[in-house]
Design a protein around this ligand. Structure first.
Ligand SMILES: NC(=O)c1ccc[n+]([C@@H]2O[C@H](COP(=O)([O-])OP(=O)(O)OC[C@H]3O[C@@H](n4cnc5c(N)ncnc54)[C@H](O)[C@@H]3O)[C@@H](O)[C@H]2O)c1
Length: 254
């Protein structure tokens, strides 16, 4: 019996980067994998990659910062697979270095919607199922090492990621006596399509080097580094871990 056999995992942002790697990690463990992403083609590519693991999968396409979409994901999952054991809130929205005087209000609101509100919505609607199953559920959120080592020009992004850390710690305490665990990971700069969106118009070689040089271990974070930590935190091996903020960052946060 594999680690996640019989478990149902909702993974947001599963169409790319860390979300895709996490979908693969759960599929390897035998989980039913729910792929939630804005990008239909990428979601389908992830689903294709999971075929070799022979696990049930389902795609939900749409914006996870919208209540109706999250209700559709949760209700659709329970209708077909009866329960929800694991939620991995990975989808996120980057920002390009911008002084705060130039950050539009609409952009700020969008950062908060995708990077914070989506996790609130997934928690709100999935918790009744996470609480009421035998395995006792797990929620893992993804913030950023930028919450402890910010960079100038990323204030909206850093504020949203700081909020998700606070949300995690608060919710972990709120639901601790139900057996549901809630943790958050701070990835370091990572080898995913998102990275270049941060440095925007900078020369790509210089932009990448700026990030690489900032990591004491001397390389970018691989999506699999995050996927493995999400799988661990979601597993019974981590049954005594809740409210934790785990840096997976090659020492960038030091
Ligand atoms: N890449 C980095 O350097 C880095 C560093 C620290 C933290 N993070 C965080 O890690 C997480 C994963 O990022 P990644 O690097 O894998 O990025 P990525 O761009 O490869 O993947 C993000 C995925 O989220 C999806 N998504 C975005 N907004 C969505 C929405 N509203 N509804 C549904 N899906 C949506 C995208 O379509 C995409 O598939 C994000 O929360 C990001 O903020 C990334």
């Amino acid at each position: 019996m594999t680690k996640f056999q019989g478990k149902v995992a909702i993974i947001t942002g599963a169409g790319s980067g860390m979300g895709r790697a996490t979908a693969i990690e759960f599929a390897k463990g035998g989980a039913t994998v729910i792929i939630a992403d804005l990008n239909e083609n990428n979601a389908k590519q992830t689903q294709k990659l999971l075929e070799e693991y022979n696990v049930p999968t389902k795609i939900f396409v749409g914006d996870i910062s919208k209540t109706e979409k999250v209700q559709e994901i949760v209700n659709g999952t329970v209708e077909e697979f009866k329960t929800i054991d694991i939620v991995a809130n990975i989808a996120g929205m980057p920002m390009t270095f911008t002084p705060i005087e130039e950050v539009e209000e609409e952009f700020w609101d969008q950062q908060m919607a995708v990077n914070v509100k989506a996790s609130y919505l997934l928690s709100k609607y999935a918790l009744p199922y996470l609480k009421n199953n035998q395995s006792k559920g797990s929620i893992v959120n993804v913030a950023s090492v930028a919450t402890v080592r910010p960079r100038p020009g990323l204030t909206a992004y850093c504020a949203s990621k700081g909020a998700i850390v606070a949300l995690t710690r608060s919710l972990a305490l709120e639901v601790a006596n139900t057996g549901v665990r809630v943790n958050v990971i701070n990835p370091g700069p990572a080898e995913t399509p998102m990275l270049e969106k941060f440095y925007g118009n900078m020369d790509p070689v210089e932009g990448r080097k700026l990030y690489e040089d900032s990591v004491p271990i001397g390389r970018l974070c691989y999506p699999e580094d995050i996927a493995k930590m999400i799988a661990y935190l979601s597993s019974d091996d981590a049954s005594f871990i809740t409210g934790s903020v785990v840096n997976v960052d090659g020492g960038r946060g030091l």
